[in-house]
Each structure stands twice: as structure tokens, then as C-alpha cells.
Design a protein around this ligand. Structure first.
Ligand code: ATP
Length: 813
């Protein structure tokens, strides 16, 4: 190496730059070789899995039942390997760890130490989306979830965890674009290495990967953060699963990202258990689920059931809307008693004996018999509709005795009893009177009865005051709403499947089978298989077996009574008591990750604590709960905001404080940006009263912000949201779409607002989402109803918040 002479500083700088450049080039080339090796391995394994899948499927549907079962299991296994490997294509390798000694490497489960082409005898590990070994089982890439990889995320200068250097490797399309080194433990380097290392570190940017991730324009979909998970986040991602883990964090602290990475981690750490039971992810809206849907596949996981509260119960479609106040009344824990009472109300005692005409004879349904039948039915412990069988059977026996006596038949003869019982069972009078004493019903039917009859509601819901009852009252035939779904679920639990529903299912099943057999018979005829060896029934059996076997996630989603191994709830502060009860039923082992922010609560008063929110999970402080009272709860707090610039964040926090709810969990933004906040108060101008003027000022503001985005990210780059009071959003959208350019930018293919460059929405839809720029319209309107909604709206932008208001600004802005 030519050292520069001391007497010529410029030449020295030049020479040092050149040396730095060539060192970097060499390093990049070396890393490219490793990246090529990793992709080569990925391709080889993918190819192998695809071939195995094809060969398994080609085996056809013949053979014993067991053989077919095995084939299906193999096919499911290979297809999950294929989709897992396909998911990790982008940035397969993103990090490298250099360790002080291979002894540390041996502490982990990796078998990379011996003879691996990349690990330098255990001193070096490449961290990536998935673990890869070569054909000789030597480590090529270390899975980011492996215990050994923790140092990559958590090592610091004060606690190096055996790490000397952490390297971020930036790749695109399988090509290394840049490297970024962090020297963790200089003392671990040999003196001869130190100079070289310093040169490298100086040539590369610290925190570059994180800054790059945060500064990239948004494309309407959340990305994974696997390459840049921070230490406080990593501790949450990898914490043990028993009990309830509450992750409280202010806006943009990565709660959603952490929750999703935690799902992937749990699948890694507890694969066997979770592959059998599945994981449920509950998000605040379908839009939000679409926003995050790419994250888990990009981490190689596809077996998660994601849903919203509205879609939680299969077959129930909650298309209706209602006020937040109505939804709040429906979310209260007291409904558990009201609904129990409503079910009990279907079990009635007649005041006096009821006459029943059967085949010309009059029998009497005695209140004492009804009482006894009810007691027996309740003792069965079954839900209402199923216990009804016990009730009906016992009454039929009593009526059979009466009938036999009245008609002088032999009540001890089994055949005679059966005939008589059948006569009574099918008599109209008997059906009506027995039903009146134990009415079978559906959850939807009973809820409708309760809400559409004010007198019934008043009688059965004494815990609700008149204004609350007025809020939930609605005409019969109304659409179900999302807040009805936990009530329906609770009722489904209390009622059990109705005889009608069971009969319908059996009928449909029989019909489907008959069609299949008819089709098989046709196939036998047309293909001249009629040699007597194959019957239509046999062929139908085989056709049924060959049908695509449902994945675990599909089966779980279709089954209301499925119990999951783990549940992750995002925006958990929004869930009411009845929703928690529905979730508790779905996870008897009470293994939950609950992420949210009390400060972002939608509504006039935020909950006081997470214990208050979670009381129905049986987390210890609840007096009455749907669960064992001992569910352990741990609370973790995330404090660093990766999204919102500091100036905007401070404004949002001080506004929340001015509204009387200073944030319980303030955050620190990792960055600030110049010009990130602009407030345009039009309340004292003609725009306040003149609609035309207001419309044109609003359009001008949005157009100006779109232009700024064009300049910052290239024409058409980035996303902009106009957030306004929900009730105003239609009007605001109409104003903006008068400009042809904005109208085009607002087009939402397939009705998906995430695909439009400019989207108008209320704060509740904006929950959990983020945009490059937010134009916030009339903030006082939002804050007046729900301080948390205003806080959410203000904290959505990654770059810039522009406030435009024709009403006076809220104090504090
Ligand atoms: N470690 C990280 N590296 C890179 N980006 C990160 C990191 N942590 C979070 N982010 C980014 O910060 C943004 C906010 O993350 P996320 O949506 O998970 O936060 P949140 O706490 O759920 O926010 P909110 O409650 O406001 O909806 C996302 O763009 C996410 O990718």
C-alpha cells in the first residue's frame, strides 16, 4: 500500500479515499459471493421442494385411505416449504456478525462451525430471512430468529454479546448495493486489524439502513423490518409466549411491525405446537389487514389467520354501521349477563296445564312436568339448543304415558310407546306448546328479538339505563354491525347449533354427495369404466379424497369453535369487554400478544390502564371473568418513534395535553425534518363562511402537497392522506375530485384506498396506517369528539403534516 506523504494533505486525502474505495469494492465483491451462494442454495432447495411436490401430487388418489392421508400430508408439507421459500426472495441476506471467538458461536444451535463455506470457523455468521444450509448441512445463512442471531439485534458497545462487528448488507435483485458497518467491540480486534476497521467504519454510514428504511417513500403496503429491528423491539419479538404480553407504545414505535415479527418468531420457536393450533391475528380493519398482508409471507410464514372483529364469526356478515356510542354500549361486559338472561327467557313455565290435542285425544302439559324437564335439560350442561333434546324427550315420555292411559294402550310395550311418541311429536299442538316452553333459536334471531323489542330489552337488561337502551334499539331486519359480532359469538356459545342449522347442514351435505355420485356415474358411463369393478359410490369417494385438503388456516377460519395456540391483537385498546371474551374462548391457553396505545383510544375517555382493558381475559384484577383469574400479564413499553418527525410528534403530544389527556406514554422521535409541519388557520378568513373559497383553498393545499411529494420522491411517488371528520369525508372527497389531477390521484382500483395516491378518510380508518404526507382538515372537529382520534390523525405522516382549518384551531396547536 502506498502511504501518502505528510507534506501533501490533499494527496493524502485523495489517496486515502482511493484506498477506502477499493477496500469497499473488495468488501462488496466478497459479500456478493456469499449472497450468490445463498441464492444458489435457495434456488436449489426451492427446485427440490417443487419437484417433490409435483411427484407427490402425481401419485394420484388411489391406494388405501392411509396412503392417501400420507400423500396429502406430504403435499401440504412440500407446498408450505415452497411458499415459505418463495416468500424470502427479497433481501434474503441482510446482515453479518463477526464474533470475537467461535466459542460464542457454539453457544447457539447453529451447526455452522465446522467446514461451512462462509462462517470462517464459527467466527462469522450471515443473518437472513430464513436459515439455509448447503447440501452437506453446513450453515450458509443463519435464520434471524435463531438464538445466536440475537446479538445481531441486541449487541451494544456496553454489552457486545461476543460481537465485534455488525454489518448491514443492502441488496436489491440479488445484488449487493451497499454495506454499513458498526464496530461493537473495538477491544476484541487485534491491534493490526484496528486501523483497517476504523477506515472501513469511517467510509460507511452509521444507522444508514434504519434511516434508509424510514426515508423511503411509502407505497401503500407495510414492509418488514427484519434487517433493522432495534434492541428494545427485539426483546419483545423474542420474549416467551406464556400468558399475555402487552406491548404498549406510542405512535410509530413499531408495535404492528413487532407484533408481526413476533408471530414469525413464535412459529420458529414453537413450530410444532403452532402448526397444529395456528395463530390468530386480529386487526382493526380490513384495510389495515391488507396494509400488513405482505409482511408475514416476506418472513416465510403463511399459516396465520388474519381477521377483524367484524369477520370473526364464520357465516356472520356485519355490514351495518352505527355510532361509536352505540358500539360502546354493546361492548360492555354486562351483556354477558343480559344474554344469559335472554337465553333463559326462552325456557318458560306455563301458568296452568296446557291442553294438547293429539289424534282426537286431549292431553295436558303439566307445569310440574315442564319444570322437571327443564331441570333435567339444564343439568345436562349443554347449550340451550342441544339441551332442548333432553327437555323434549322427557316431556314426550310423560305425554306418551298420558296418551297410553287415555287410549288404554300398553305403555310398557316399546313399539307401542314409539308409535304414540311419534304421533305426539308430530302433532301441531304439541310442537307449539313444547316450543313455547323451550324455544329453539339462532344467535341472530335472539339478538334481533332483544334489540327490536323495547319492552323485552327493558325486562331483560335492567343494567342498561334508558338512554343506553335507546342507543342499541333498532328495527327488526337491520343489518348486523361489527359490535354485534361478539354478542352473536357469546349467544352462539350459550345456544349451540340449532336443530334447524344441523338439519340444514345434513341436507346440504346429502345433496352435495348425491350430485357427486351422479357425476361419478356419468363419468363411469362416458369413460366406459362400467366393468363392475368401480361403482359410482367408490368413484365419488375417491373424488372427495382428491379435493384440495384445506390448510390449517382455512380450517381454523371456517370453524367458530377453533382454539388457537396464540392470538395477536393489534390496536387492542379499541376492543371492548365482549370482544375480549370472544378471544378468550378462542385461546384457552391464554397465550396472547396484545399491542396498542391507550393514548390512541377512539372515544371521549381513554381506558385508565391495560388491566382495565383486559379484565375479561382473567388477568388478575377482574372480579368476574370469562377466564381463569390467574393469567399472567407482562407489560413492555416501546418508546422510540420511527415514523413521525419530532416536530410533528411534539405538536401532537401537546395538543393531546391541551385536550386534557396528556400522553401517558410519550415517545422520542428518531429524526426530525425541516418544514415538516405547516398550519393554515382559515377561520378568520372568508373561507370560513364561503364554501367556494374554502373548497378552492383546500384543493390548493392538497395540490401543493402532492407537488412537494413529486419533488421529493419523483413524479407519482409516495402516498398522501387527507384525514377529516368521518362525517365530512364524502364532502371533502367531492371538493378534491373537482380537480381532474386530484380525481385521478384519488382513483382506488378495486375500491382499495391503499392503492390510491391521494386518499380521503376518517381517523378510524387511518388507524395503524401511515403516509408520507397527511393533510389534516378541521382538527377541532376530531378532537372535540375523541382526543385519541386527533392524536392518531396527526401522527400518520412520515414526512409532513399540513393542517388546514376553517374552524378555529384547537388550543395547543
Ligand atoms: N426497527 C425498525 N426499522 C425500520 N423501520 C421501523 C422499525 N420499527 C418501526 N419501523 C417503521 O416505523 C413505522 C411505524 O411502525 P408501526 O406501524 O409498526 O408502528 P405502530 O407503533 O404500530 O404505530 P401506530 O400505533 O401509530 O399505528 C413503520 O413504517 C415501520 O416499518
Amino acid at each position: 500500500m502506498n502511504l501518502p506523504s505528510d507534506s501533501d494533505p490533499a494527496a493524502a486525502a485523495d489517496s486515502s479515499r482511493t484506498t477506502g474505495d477499493t477496500t469497499r469494492q473488495r468488501e462488496v465483491a466478497a459479500e456478493q459471493e456469499v449472497v450468490d451462494l445463498a441464492y444458489g442454495e435457495l434456488d436449489r432447495q426451492l427446485d427440490e421442494a417443487r419437484r417433490s411436490l409435483a411427484a407427490t401430487e402425481a401419485r394420484g388418489a388411489s391406494g388405501t385411505h392411509q396412503a392417501r392421508g400420507e400423500r396429502d400430508a406430504y403435499a401440504a408439507h412440500y407446498s408450505s416449504i415452497v411458499s415459505g421459500l418463495e416468500g424470502v426472495e427479497d433481501r434474503l441476506v441482510f446482515g453479518r456478525m463477526d464474533l470475537a471467538s467461535p466459542a460464542v458461536a457454539e453457544a447457539g444451535p447453529s451447526r455452522g462451525g465446522t467446514g461451512s463455506p462462509v462462517t470462517n470457523g464459527g467466527l462469522r455468521h450471515y443473518v437472513g430471512r430464513t436459515g439455509l444450509q448447503d447440501a452437506r448441512y453446513r450453515e450458509v445463512v443463519l435464520d434471524w430468529r435463531a438464538p445466536l442471531a440475537r446479538a445481531f439485534y441486541q449487541a451494544t458497545a456496553s454489552d457486545p454479546m461476543g460481537l465485534v462487528r455488525r454489518r448491514h448488507i443492502d441488496t436489491a435483485d440479488r445484488t449487493v448495493r451497499g454495506l454499513e458497518d458498526e464496530l461493537i467491540d473495538v477491544s476484541a480486534l487485534a491491534p493490526s486489524q484496528r486501523a483497517g476497521e476504523r477506515l472501513d467504519v469511517e467510509g460507511l454510514q452509521g444507522e444508514g439502513a434504519l434511516i434508509a428504511a424510514m426515508s423511503a417513500g411509502r407505497d401503500g403496503r407495510m414492509g418488514d423490518i427484519v434487517a433493522t429491528i432495534q434492541a428494545e423491539q427485539d426483546r419483545v419479538v423474542t420474549s416467551d409466549s406464556p400468558g399475555v404480553l402487552v406491548v404498549q407504545g406510542g405512535p410509530g414505535t413499531g408495535k404492528t411491525a413487532v407484533a408481526l415479527h413476533r408471530v414469525a418468531y413464535l412459529f420458529y420457536a414453537e413450530r410444532e405446537r403452532l402448526e397444529r393450533s395456528g395463530v390468530l391475528l386480529l386487526g382493526p380493519s380490513r384495510t389495515f389487514l391488507r396494509y400488513v398482508e405482505q409482511v408475514l409471507p416476506s418472513l416465510g410464514e403463511t399459516g396465520v389467520v388474519s381477521t377483524t372483529l367484524a369477520d370473526l364469526v364464520p357465516g356472520v356478515h356485519a355490514r351495518g354501521t352505527e355510532s361509536a356510542q352505540t358500539a360502546e354500549v354493546k361492548s360492555r361486559a354486562v351483556w354477558a349477563q343480559i344474554l344469559r338472561r335472554a337465553v333463559r327467557d326462552l325456557q318458560r313455565l306455563p301458568d296452568s296445564p296446557r291442553p294438547i290435542r293429539v289424534e282426537g285425544t286431549t292431553l295436558r302439559l303439566e307445569p310440574a312436568d315442564v319444570r322437571e324437564a327443564q331441570a333435567r335439560a339444564r343439568r345436562s350442561g349443554k347449550p340451550h339448543n342441544l339441551a332442548r333434546e333432553t327437555f323434549v324427550l322427557w316431556l314426550l315420555e310423560r305425554l306418551t304415558d298420558q296418551m297410553a292411559a287415555a287410549t288404554r294402550q300398553d305403555a310398557t310395550d316399546a313399539d307401542t310407546r314409539a308409535w304414540i311418541r311419534e304421533d305426539i311429536r308430530t302433532a301441531r299442538d304439541a310442537r307449539r306448546e313444547i316450543n313455547l316452553c323451550w324455544m329453539p333459536t339462532t344467535p341472530e334471531g335472539l339478538l334481533e328479538r332483544l334489540l327490536s323489542r323495547p319492552a323485552v330489552l327493558e325486562r331483560l337488561a335492567p343494567e342498561l339505563d334508558a338512554p343506553s337502551r335507546a342507543l342499541v334499539a333498532r328495527p327488526a331486519g337491520s343489518e348486523l354491525t361489527p359490535a354485534d359480532v361478539p354478542l352473536i359469538d357469546e349467544l352462539a356459545e350459550l345456544l349451540g347449533p340449532s336443530a334447524d342449522a344441523q338439519a340444514r347442514r345434513t341436507r346440504l351435505e346429502a345433496q352435495r354427495r348425491a350430485e357427486l355420485v351422479a357425476y361419478a356415474a356419468q363419468a363411469i358411463e362416458s369413460q366406459e369404466l362400467g366393468d363392475g369393478m368401480v361403482s359410482a359410490d367408490m368413484l365419488a369417494d375417491r373424488m372427495e379424497d382428491r379435493g384440495p385438503s384445506l390448510s390449517l388456516a382455512e380450517r381454523a377460519r371456517a370453524d367458530r369453535t377453533w382454539t388457537y395456540g396464540h392470538i395477536v391483537v393489534d390496536e387492542a385498546q379499541e376492543l371492548g369487554a365482549m370482544a375480549w371474551r370472544a378471544l378468550a374462548r378462542r385461546c384457552p391457553v391464554r397465550s396472547l400478544t396484545v399491542v396498542g396505545d391507550l393514548d390512541q383510544f377512539s372515544g371521549p375517555h381513554r381506558p385508565r390502564s391495560w388491566h382495565e382493558v383486559l379484565s375479561e381475559l382473567g388477568t388478575g384484577r377482574a372480579r368476574r371473568s370469562a377466564a381463569a383469574p390467574t393469567t399472567p400479564v407482562r407489560e413492555e413499553v416501546l418508546t422510540v418513534c420511527y415514523r413521525t418527525p419530532a416536530t410533528v410528534m411534539r405538536a401532537a403530544e401537546s395538543l393531546l395535553a391541551a385536550l386534557g389527556q396528556p400522553p401517558v406514554y410519550p415517545v422520542r422521535s428518531v429524526r426530525d425534518l425541516p418544514d415538516c409541519l405547516e398550519v393554515e388557520d382559515l377561520s378568520a378568513t372568508t373561507a370560513a363562511t364561503d364554501d367556494q373559497e374554502w373548497a378552492s383553498r383546500l384543493r390548493a393545499a392538497v395540490i401543493a402537497e402532492r407537488r412537494r411529494l413529486d419533488e421529493a420522491l419523483g413524479t407519482g411517488g409516495g402516498r398522501l392522506a387527507v384525514i377529516t371528520d368521518q362525517a365530512d369525508s364524502g364532502r371533502v372527497a367531492a371538493i378534491l375530485s373537482q380537480d381532474p389531477g386530484l380525481a385521478r390521484a384519488m382513483e382506488a382500483p378495486g375500491g382499495d384506498v391503499l392503492r390510491s395516491r391521494v386518499a380521503v378518510m376518517g381517523p378510524r380508518l387511518a388507524k395503524g396506517l401511515e403516509f408520507d404526507t397527511v393533510v389534516l382538515v378541521d382538527p377541532a372537529r376530531l378532537g372535540g369528539v375523541s382526543p385519541g382520534d386527533l392524536y392518531v390523525a396527526m401522527t400518520r405522516p412520515t414526512r409532513r403534516l399540513r393542517v388546514v382549518s376553517r374552524v378555529p384551531l384547537p388550543a395547543g396547536l
